[in-house]
Design a protein around this ligand. Structure first.
Ligand SMILES: [Zn+2]
Length: 107
């Protein structure tokens, strides 16, 4: 999924106004986190602003809206079980690497 800059830079409230870029934070991966503000002074996004993420190639994956972000990533029981499984696998891997590491040291 990707969005055009024209779409992503419009005010999330009604899409009427083109946001003003107030901050660009370059990311280690090469993309940017761009903070925008709505030019409409009585709009909630005039003060809180919103963030548009760009990839290294300039494409935009998805709008990050602080109000929906929590909801979108709220853990479901399925996701929780999967996360637990991933963590267990990681712990196992680290433990076996530590065993391997101590074996190497004994040589
Ligand atoms: Zn607005």
């Amino acid at each position: 999924m990707s969005t055009s800059w024209d779409e992503a830079s419009r005010c999330p409230r009604d899409g009427q106004y083109q946001g003003k870029v107030v901050k660009r934070a370059p990311q280690r991966e090469g993309g940017q986190l761009i903070t925008l503000e709505c030019p409409e002074t009585n709009c909630e996004y005039h003060t809180s602003g919103w963030i548009v993420q760009t990839r290294a190639d300039g494409s935009i994956p998805d709008k990050i809206d602080p109000r929906t972000r929590e909801r979108r990533f709220a853990p479901t029981p399925m996701a929780h079980a999967r996360r637990r499984a991933v963590l267990d696998a990681l712990e196992e891997q680290v433990a076996s690497e530590q065993r391997a590491g101590s074996e190497v040291k004994q040589f």
